[in-house]
Design a protein around this ligand. Structure first.
Ligand SMILES: Nc1ncnc2c1ncn2[C@@H]1O[C@H](COP(=O)(O)OP(=O)(O)OP(=O)(O)O)[C@@H](O)[C@H]1O
Ligand SMILES: [Mg+2]
Length: 134
């Protein structure tokens, strides 16, 4: 697997979530994803960026275009140094929210992606990575 493009965006305010969405759309088009798959990864990115801001207190979004042989993909990694998630399985379950949301973001992002990994340490922070392959 090689990385052919690698950018990191800051997530500090709501407008940064909009920017992440736009940049993800641009890269999804760049790797040749169709409209439906573009929308899947943009929607997932939007949910994860929102969580980074709302629960993580801000952080970063890393956007990588990757290539495995002839296959291109888009890998997005969201990182924060917030409170962390004590129970990841619970956080992933539909309807669970410690905020005012519907509790669908994390599980939704997983379902919309081809690969999903989450690492979270209480008191240290959270990292969520998703990949969508062409
Ligand atoms: N980056 C994070 N840091 C700390 N806790 C998080 C983070 N992301 C998610 N969580 C926790 O996981 C829960 C579930 O997240 P999820 O995105 O599924 O739902 P939500 O954000 O509460 O609501 P929705 O996304 O539907 O508006 C959150 O309520 C929060 O407790
Ligand atoms: Mg959410």
């Amino acid at each position: 697997m090689i990385v052919t493009r690698d950018d990191t965006l800051q997530i500090r305010v709501s407008d940064d979530v909009v920017k992440v969405r736009q940049e993800v759309r641009t890269r999804a088009i760049e790797i040749g994803l169709g409209l439906v798959d573009q929308t899947k990864i943009v929607t997932a990115a939007s949910e994860l960026a929102r969580n980074t801001l709302d629960y993580g207190g801000g952080g970063t979004a890393r956007l990588q275009i990757i290539q495995n042989g002839l296959r291109k993909g888009l890998r997005l990694t969201f990182e924060d140094k917030g409170p962390g998630i004590p129970d990841i399985d619970l956080a992933l379950s539909d309807g669970y929210s410690t905020g005012s949301g519907l509790g669908l973001g994390l599980g939704g992002a997983k379902r919309l992606s081809n690969e999903f990994t989450i690492t979270s340490i209480v008191g240290e922070g959270t990292r969520v990575s998703i990949t969508r392959w062409k």
